[in-house]
Design a protein around this ligand. Structure first.
Ligand SMILES: Cc1cc2nc3c(=O)[nH]c(=O)nc-3n(C[C@H](O)[C@H](O)[C@H](O)COP(=O)(O)O)c2cc1C
Length: 192
């Protein structure tokens, strides 16, 4: 077994770029395909491919922002204008947002939690692949990812869950680093 230090270095360089920092250019068609090809390589118990991708780009991003703002007002008519405005602008920064949607098969011998976990791995693989191509990316959810009205407008079926909005684009500033947990604090040995 030979260690590949380039691969390890890439893993250890991973960090999110806040969506507000992201702008043009976003991935072109070929680059997006590369990102998705990395995404679908995730472990997938039962080979269910229990996920799908919904691309949000161009003016649709702004329309989605309008949808969120209207829904935010509906949810809370007293919501401060600043909060509603934040929702309106949420999807206006990154040129490309890919919503990762879990497609769950209830009652399958592969438990639903495993189907969801595979989808989480998809999201993470997308972050890695985007960064490997020189893009910045951030995995965001926010209330909209759990709001039944928004989800219905996005076309999610009863058995589907929105796992994340993956914002992808280019940043002119370095992505901020944050303190990371010390893995040694998290490790213990099983003794029976
Ligand atoms: C499932 C999931 C949902 C997230 N949703 C949000 C969110 O709505 N808003 C937010 O500020 N960060 C959210 N984050 C955190 C960011 O993706 C990211 O981890 C954070 O900006 C720190 O950057 P880092 O990835 O470099 O640690 C979410 C992370 C995960 C795993």
């Amino acid at each position: 077994m030979t260690a590949n230090h380039d691969d390890l270095a890439a893993l250890n360089r991973r960090r999110s770029t806040p969506s507000r920092q992201l702008g043009e250019p976003g991935p072109d068609e070929a680059q997006l395909e590369t990102i998705l090809a990395a995404a679908v390589r995730v472990p997938d118990h039962g080979k269910l491919a229990p996920w799908r991708f919904l691309r949000v780009r161009g003016d649709t991003r702004l329309q989605l922002g309008e949808l969120l703002a209207a829904r935010a007002r509906e949810r809370d008519p007293q919501a401060p204008e600043a909060a509603v405005e934040k929702d309106r602008r949420r999807f206006s920064f990154a040129p490309l947002i890919v919503a990762v949607i879990a497609r769950l098969t209830p009652g399958h011998k592969v438990p639903e939690i495993e189907q969801l976990l595979s989808g989480g791995a998809v999201c993470f693989a997308m972050l890695q692949a985007a960064q490997a191509q020189g893009f910045g990316a951030q995995w965001l959810t926010g209330w909209a990812a759990y709001d039944p009205v928004v989800l219905a407008r996005l076309g999610l079926a009863e058995n589907e869950r929105l796992l994340g909005f993956m914002h992808i684009g280019t940043s002119n500033e370095p992505a901020p680093e944050r303190d990371r947990p010390d893995p040694r604090d998290l490790l213990s040995d099983l003794s029976l």
